[in-house]
Design a binder for this molecule. Structure first.
Ligand SMILES: *[C@@H]1O[C@H](CO)[C@@H](O)[C@H](O)[C@H]1NC(C)=O
Ligand SMILES: *[C@@H]1O[C@H](CO)[C@@H](O)[C@H](O)[C@H]1NC(C)=O
Length: 195
């Protein structure tokens, strides 16, 4: 049986371990990590902005210029949701629903069927903007896309360039779809907080 003293010494040693670990994590200034003055990075000086984009996402499987390609076929013949299949995309993002309208960016990434019961995709993609001051900046979207719902919401989990420290959400709604080819045009409304 443990004595009171041995329990205390056990607690004391765990406390020391925790203290060492937390000083490591919070770490004032270790060689590989340092605390920065956020003012020097222009973050405290600026207020966070909320930006809204509306773009049309064109997923094109049809020849001659497909922008989406199946890279993993469904592992089973019997899954109605094509569970396990994955497509890679480099989809145009345009200002209007027509593909011929102004190109404002690309959606690059992949999506896969992640649900066995209903058509639910895991989306993992970067929106790379190509226009004006946003040229070269990106936002990263990672979320669940239940494609037959009217509006699907996916988190914006980060960004680069003008969208550093971005967070927010995207709402996707299908504009048109061709069930034979799989081609689809989806309206994306994206709301992001960034500096
Ligand atoms: C899928 O079905 C085809 C015939 O339609 C068959 O030749 C093939 O072996 C099946 N594949 C799997 C993984 O069950
Ligand atoms: C966006 O940036 C690229 C490379 O920096 C440049 O070639 C292109 O002309 C720019 N596009 C616009 C619309 O400014």
């Amino acid at each position: 049986m443990r004595t009171m003293a041995s329990i205390f010494s056990l607690i004391a040693s765990e406390f020391i371990v925790l203290t060492v670990l937390s000083s490591f994590v919070i770490g004032e200034n270790q060689d590989f990590v340092r605390t920065l003055d956020s003012k020097l990075y222009g973050l405290k000086l600026k207020k966070e902005k909320l930006t809204h984009f509306r773009v049309y996402w064109h997923d094109i499987y049809s020849p001659p210029n497909p922008t989406a390609m199946s890279i993993v076929r469904p592992p089973s013949n019997t899954s109605a949701t094509l569970f396990g299949s994955i497509s890679m995309i480099d989809d145009p993002l345009t200002e209007k629903p027509e593909l011929s309208s102004k190109l404002v960016g690309k959606a690059q990434g992949f999506y896969g069927s992640a649900s066995q019961q209903e058509l639910g995709l895991l989306m993992a993609m970067n929106f790379v903007f190509l226009e004006g001051k946003y040229n070269g900046s990106t936002i990263s979207i990672l979320g669940r896309n239940k494609v037959f719902s009217d509006v699907r919401e996916m988190p914006v989990i980060g960004g680069s360039g003008l969208f550093r420290f971005a967070r927010g959400y995207a709402q996707a709604s299908t504009h048109s779809v061709d069930l034979k080819t799989g081609d689809a045009v989806v309206e994306y409304n994206v709301y992001v907080l960034h500096y």
